[in-house]
Design a protein around this ligand. Sequence first.
Ligand code: DAH
Length: 339
Amino acid sequence: MKEQLYALRTDAAVRIAQAGDTTQLEAVRVALLGKKGELTAILKQMGKLSAEERPVIGQLANEARGELEGLLAARAAALGAEETARRLAAETLDVTMPGSRKRLGHKHPLTVVLDEVKEIFLGMGFSVATGPEVEWDYYNFEALNLPQGHPARDTQDTFYITETMLLRTQTSPVQVRVMEQQKPPIRIIAPGRVYRSDAVDATHSPLFHQIEGLVVDEGITMADLKGSLDQLAKRLFGEETRTRFRPHHFPFTEPSCEVDISCFRCGGAGCPMCKGEGWIEILGAGMVHPKVLAGCGIDPERYSGFAFGVGLERLTMFRFQIDDMRLLFENDMRFLGQF
Ligand code: DAH
């Protein structure tokens, strides 16, 4: 039995050293020291021993158990440390690796300028109104003093849904809808899409955007119109911008005007941007025609108002010096990414 115990100690030391991980080591432990293990199997033979031999072997067996337990514990500690080191190495986060870039979008240039215009007018006490893009002939033309057969209709040919229903050619019908619903004082802007039967080129699109403005109250004069639009021009294009009001004709305003701004490129001296004029036309405006007011149930003897309509694409092109309107609709990221 002495020999068996020595053999077990030598053999066990090798097997413990060879256990490659904690699971294998546990299997070795059970095989050596478990209830059905090799040491137990040897001890079961103790009964055959003489009374003198028994304590000696007992002593040796205890030494063997103590030694094996020591080896197992040491190997367990070593394997545990190795496994921790391996896991830490595998989970290392290399903060110097290039990250995956999240591309953040931004507003379309038309929205950038629309938001600026809204901001300017909200600051002057206006609110934002909307109307339908599929509109009645009545609101788009008739109520704006453009009866059937009026020659000015020709310049705004559009897409008809029926004889009396069409895609609106301007945001001006929103004026009528608002005046039918609200009593003065009225102060609104109405941005939105409009449609015309125009071929696409650098300055035309069958779909574009306008921003309508309308103020109706007692005592509103052309001075209010001029002051408000002068503010718009200065806030959008810079404090040094000057405005010029030229007589014009629109059926729904009287008097009517077109508004020019001093060229933001040359300051008015004349350059290719303003085609040598020094001025750039930006919008149409006027004092709301008494017939239009009366048609909406507003007494033109008591109230007066001004209105304007401005093309958002045009404003945006001037604002960012874009020379072709098509760029605003093509959604080419190389273009849009510049704003
Ligand atoms: N609706 C006009 C157009 O599309 C622009 C316009 C002119 C609107 C004068 C107005 C205005 O409100 O008073 O050409």
